[in-house]
Design a protein around this ligand. Sequence first.
Ligand SMILES: Cc1cc2nc3c(=O)[nH]c(=O)nc-3n(C[C@H](O)[C@H](O)[C@H](O)COP(=O)(O)O)c2cc1C
Length: 410
Amino acid sequence: MANAWFESVAEAQRRAKKRLPKGVYGALVAGSERGLTLEDNLAAFAEVGFAPHTAGLANERNMGVTVMGQSMSMPVLISPTGVQAVHPDGEVAVARAAAARGVAMGLSSFASKPIEDVVAANPQTFFQMYWVGTREEMLARMERARKAGAVGLIATLDWSFAYGRDWGSPFIPEKIDFEAARRYAPQVLVKPRWLLDFARTGTIPDLTVPNMVANPGDPAPTFFGAYGMWNASPMPSWEDVAWLREQWDGPFMLKGVMRVDDAKRAVDAGVTAVSVSNHGGNNLDGTPASVRALPAVAEAVGDQIEVLLDGGIRRGGDVAKALALGAKAVLIGRAYLWGLAANGQAGVENVLDLLRDGLGSAMVGLGRPNVSDLSRDDLVVPADFERQLGSAAVDNALLGTSPARRRREA
Ligand SMILES: Cc1cc2nc3c(=O)[nH]c(=O)nc-3n(C[C@H](O)[C@H](O)[C@H](O)COP(=O)(O)O)c2cc1C
């Protein structure tokens, strides 16, 4: 048998492409419209260079970090992704891999596995929610996550229901029924190994979202059913963000912040952390790479809350660059999805090991024994690299009167 280990995330992606049915692979590539943001997330990391030292280097590579109260072996977290049918063990395999490597797991509310199983595989699990349904329904989902043992909440709000990709969207069935099987058959029959993985478990991907219901085991909506509910929900205000934050008694991240003014509003709403993110290029196409927006956000709020970054991380050197530009840690999306598709849990561990080794090499070369020592002095940043989105002066009319703000002003 060929060696299942791979030496780069690019190789994991090649293997994922070979192994997955075309539609499932296309769902992971994702992106929107022209793919400008998707591309810029990668291009931006390539624009930043390193300024390595020659001698006087350190052997230590101290990567430990605490994020949202969780101590982790390195500054890399699993970003929540609502993706179905990549692997029969799905998010449970990802959670096991993350636990084996000492990193925290973000679980999407659109994921394929129940939160109870994911927390059992990795107690360092954060539950991610979109603004879907009524407040009561959201409270019920949060309550379930709390009971299951989630150690933090991630609210993702950067979604504007854009659709249409110039390279075409995959056909994703509502559920696997006869019609879906007929349409999927040509793609699936040429990918026997993927089919065999599911056949071995005696299941077929059912494309439901079990974490959208209040109790484990309740009948769950399909992925598209839940997407429809989301689309029909009123868009949340900053007051709603503050409300959501108040309902969760523990660390809370707002994911998808790109603008300096929004980062300040997030601080005002009482968040523990933000992730500077454009949803991996899947939201509004033409949004700049998240790493370009990172320095301005870190500068504005980094002394008050934890600032993380996600989007475009494909190697350990990218992690080093993000940290040097002001992130406390990064989240990864596609990198681990390619690993999961290529080789299940071991593939995700493989990806985490590559990121750790690459980060370690950067630390050695830059003469930085501790991740917290990485700084801009270690980088070569082109003059026009950064983008500050939004102004540092916050328009309070937009902010509303959040409970946190009212308390502060009382
Ligand atoms: C296929 C796919 C599904 C995603 N689903 C979710 C989701 O359900 N919730 C969420 O907060 N982010 C979701 N994201 C965004 C990721 O959490 C993350 O922000 C993004 O993947 C980071 O970019 P990267 O893939 O370049 O690492 C998804 C991303 C992809 C690629």
